[in-house]
Design a protein around this ligand. Structure first.
Ligand SMILES: [Zn+2]
Length: 388
């Protein structure tokens, strides 16, 4: 500890319900235990700095709040995933998101949380990263691969970095250099990777991976990213389609779905309770729902405004369809009008024309996504493929 500071208190393993401190929380997941270190500054009795760590029932960190005098508040939230690569590698992947909050906004933040607004509303993202620590079950060889997203407030120049650190063999660190792949991603163009300012140290930038700008993302963040990419590719960018990655279902039927397209709002909604286990699964689902967006958009123009607010808006903005799209649109309109829901009849639901088309697009996108992953996976073989 730097001189000038002194330890005020230290608690560890305190049951959460006994914690009376005021550390800010960005996730509302209930913790099991809390660790906290408070330090004071000599001669300034009212100033204290503290680090508070919240852990779950398995002892894994779920959040850390770093509150230093004179500095912005800083919080990190963590998600842990356990994976296996092939037969012989066990990988622990810990995803972290770091945010800061200007001290002057502390009360505003607390008020907004009390009002039920998203907890990160007034916070700025600093970096998102995942540490993948793999261990070979046979040889004990350990490899740390880190994947990082920075420059998060510049949508034209988000920076993605993949780093594989020297391996640890029999407790000794190999005398090799880090391998680094670093590139810029333009979020607004549908997550395209820029060919400028690429760093390749002991690695090569994949050349045939149209999903490269999404490979670094955590599963949950990939929901929005995939959908933005597919919206851009489907020519739906100015069609006011919203994306809700944490949609709260309104009935039992929605609760069973992974995601849905809502033609009332014009939104792709990922159902909050559904846990996606791989990015391939997110990819298929996202492409499927985006296709529904396309279908309802054509239907809106085909029927001079459809039946919902968003459909009416689409017609007012884009008017009648060109002849080349009329037949396709009519097929969607027919299917929308005779739609059989999953609750009515599961088999017939699958036979809805709009579902068949959306399933086809979703399946195709997944095949491409899985196929194109091979390049980056060859560069960084210790990252589990479900997360790439
Ligand atoms: Zn569907």
């Amino acid at each position: 500890m730097t001189s000038g500071y002194y330890l005020v208190s230290k608690i560890s393993g305190l049951p959460y319900y006994k914690y009376k401190g005021d550390a800010l929380r960005l996730v509302n997941q209930i913790a099991r235990t809390v660790d906290e270190i408070i330090v004071g500054i000599k001669d300034q009795p009212y100033l204290q700095s503290k680090v508070t760590t919240f852990k779950d029932s398995d002892g894994n960190i779920i959040e850390r709040a770093i509150d230093f005098v004179g500095k912005p508040c800083r919080n990190r939230v963590y998600i842990r995933r356990d994976n296996v690569i092939g037969q012989d590698e066990y990988v622990t992947s810990i995803h972290a998101k770091e945010y800061t909050l200007q001290r002057a906004l502390k009360d505003t933040h607390l008020q907004s949380v009390a009002d039920g607004l998203p907890r990160t509303l007034f916070w700025s993202p600093v970096k998102f990263f995942t540490n993948h620590l793999s261990e070979n079950i046979e040889t004990g060889e350990k490899v740390l691969t880190q994947v990082k997203q920075t420059n998060l407030l510049k949508p034209q120049k988000e920076i993605h970095t993949f780093t594989e650190f020297p391996h640890i063999i029999k407790g000794k660190i190999e005398k090799t250099a880090k391998r680094i792949l670093k590139f810029n991603v333009d979020i607004l163009s549908g997550h395209k990777v820029s060919s400028k300012n690429v760093v390749e140290l002991g690695t090569k930038l994949p050349q045939n991976d149209t999903f490269l700008g999404i490979r670094a993302l955590d599963i949950n963040d990939a929901k929005t990213a995939f959908t933005e990419k597919f919206i851009a590719e489907r020519g739906l960018k100015n069609k006011r389609i919203k994306i809700n990655p944490e949609y709260l279902p309104t009935d039992d039927k929605e609760e069973l779905a992974k995601a849905l397209f809502d033609p009332n709002e014009g939104s792709v909604n990922f159902v909050k309770g559904h846990k996606f286990t791989s990015k391939s699964e997110v990819c298929t689902t996202s492409r499927h729902e985006t296709e529904h967006g396309w279908q309802f958009y054509l239907h809106a123009r085909n029927t001079k405004g459809g039946t919902t607010e968003w459909e009416e808006k689409m017609y007012n903005l884009f008017k009648d369809l060109p002849n080349s799209l009329k037949k396709e649109a009519q097929n969607y309109t027919d299917s929308i009008r005779s739609y059989v829901t999953i609750a009515e009849n599961r088999a017939q639901y699958r036979q809805n024309f709009i579902e068949k088309c959306a399933n086809e697009k979703g399946a195709k996108a997944r095949v491409l996504y899985d196929y194109e992953r091979a390049e980056i996976q060859k560069e960084f073989p210790h990252i589990p493929q479900e997360l790439l």
